[in-house]
Design a protein around this ligand. Structure first.
Ligand code: KIV
Length: 271
């Protein structure tokens, strides 16, 4: 059996309904029109215009150099190809450092076609989350490995390895939900922590390198297609082009693997 792509635009309510029914949903990053259109045909429900574009498109060694203009340009490209997926746009480094900046920059993204914005952090983004969501801007909070803080963290390491950090992270996730976050993205954390956080929330969670317990999964599209300059790709990614002889086939295989809980498998998560 294969998944039939939705013919209706995907709203946050569609995503909430998936969670309520225990149905997984598939998300991907995209930066341009043609692949976005193919993602919709394959049944991808959330497309993220991620600041990962700083690494995979612009060739930087982090997401820190990405600007609002960069995200806006790629958001417009993705919007041109979108056929109804929920469009999420990353708020780049320092674009939400003050309340005023957060209002102005989130407004620009929504007016350019985003359906929600993604913001990195836990406690530090509580006020921003509350302010934006009260003004009708849906927020996806991003916890765990937060790449915009890479210079403080010191590398792309798994977060939350120490069990003593878990209760703080669970409390932060709950506070984000109470502040109005509509979604929570969890990046590179051990699977037991993912389960504890997902179980503690009523909003849908999306995982990358966080194991099988999130309500949805997301991948950087370059990783899915095996396009990488890295000598050793991280363990949480899977090249779906390898066993499928077309990009369309790889996208469909990813969506099916997520929906049928075949991806991520144990080899892709951190214990
Ligand atoms: O920018 C990005 O690609 C991300 C990933 C974690 C999906 O935020």
């Amino acid at each position: 059996m294969s998944i039939q792509p939705s013919t209706k635009p995907i709203s946050l309510q569609t995503i909430r309904n998936h969670k309520a029914k225990g149905e997984k949903f598939a998300a991907l990053t995209s930066y341009e029109a043609t692949i976005s259109s193919m993602m919709c045909d394959a049944g991808v429900e959330i497309i993220l215009v991620g600041d990962s574009l700083g690494m995979v498109i612009q060739g930087h060694d982090s997401t820190v150099p990405v600007s609002m203009e960069d995200i806006l340009y790629h958001l417009r490209c993705v919007k041109s190809g979108n056929k109804g997926a929920h469009l999420m746009a990353d708020m780049p480094f320092m674009s939400y450092a003050t309340e005023q900046l957060a209002y102005e920059n989130a407004t620009r993204l929504m007016q350019a076609g985003a359906n929600s914005v993604k913001v990195e952090g836990g406690e530090v983004i509580l006020k921003t989350t509350e302010l934006l969501s009260q003004r009708g801007i849906p927020v996806c909070a991003h916890m765990g490995l937060t790449p915009q803080s890479i210079n403080r963290i010191g590398g792309f390491f798994v977060q939350g390895r120490d069990p003593s950090s878990h209760s703080k992270m669970i409390d932060e996730a709950k506070s984000l939900e109470n502040a109005g976050a509509e979604l929570l993205l969890l990046e590179c954390i051990p699977i037991d922590l993912t389960k504890k956080i997902t179980d503690a929330l009523s909003i849908p969670t999306i995982g990358i390198g966080a194991g099988a317990y999130t309500d949805g999964q997301i991948m950087v599209v370059h990783d899915l297609l095996g396009v990488s300059c890295l000598e050793k790709p991280p363990k949480f990614i899977k090249n779906f082009l390898e066993d499928n002889n077309s990009i369309a086939g790889a996208l469909t295989a990813y969506v099916n693997a997520v929906k049928f809980s075949e991806f991520p498998a144990q080899e892709h998560w951190f214990e």
